[in-house]
Design a protein around this ligand. Structure first.
Ligand code: HEC
Length: 145
């Protein structure tokens, strides 16, 4: 997971979603950003646990993975319409390659769903962050500024 993703999750958690997204006028863009923020907040739970910044809690870690899977399931829907906003970081290529965008989203869902069942011990968290982070990176690299 990149430092900027952690930073955005931190801002969202501490300052509130409205402030983190201030200036976004397009409601559809706002919704998809909030979906991503939800993913990021849950990723932060698993990441903070992996780093030992919060105590290990298997139920909470699995719940966070399940929440990411839920947001992932919504992601194609949130991006189906071509919507833009000056504050958006979405690349127009999303809508030229929408089946690939959907595949990347479904991959995140599969990885998160598997982790929502398989995380049992503190040692599982590092690989979980790595596996999930890879799904974020794959899509952001192609489709996010
Ligand atoms: C299928 C593609 C895809 C996947 C997978 C994906 N993202 Fe994103 N993400 C995007 C796009 C596109 C944007 C830019 C949206 C915009 O600005 O309109 C974005 C934006 C974000 C943002 C900024 C939201 C804001 O407030 O502007 C965060 C945070 C984020 N993603 C976190 C994550 C994390 C964490 C993961 C992995 C667990 C992840 N994303 C996986 C496509 C994806």
């Amino acid at each position: 997971m990149t430092r900027s993703v952690i930073a955005v999750g931190f801002i969202t958690a501490t300052s509130g979603i409205a402030l983190a997204h201030s200036g976004v006028k397009n409601a559809a863009v706002m919704q998809r950003m909030m979906g991503m923020s939800g993913i990021s907040e849950n990723m932060k739970v698993i990441g903070d646990m992996a780093k030992g910044q919060i105590p290990f809690d298997g139920d909470a870690a699995r719940a966070a993975a399940l929440a990411i899977a839920g947001y992932a399931a919504q992601t194609p829907k949130l991006f189906t319409a071509f919507e833009m906003d000056p504050k958006s970081e979405a690349k127009p290529e999303i809508w030229d390659n929408f089946s690939d965008f959907m595949a990347k989203s479904m991959h995140m869902e599969t990885v998160a769903t598997d982790l929502s069942a398989s995380i049992q011990e503190p040692q599982d968290l590092g690989p979980a962050v790595a596996a999930l982070g890879e799904t974020c990176r794959a899509c952001h690299k192609a489709y996010r500024e």
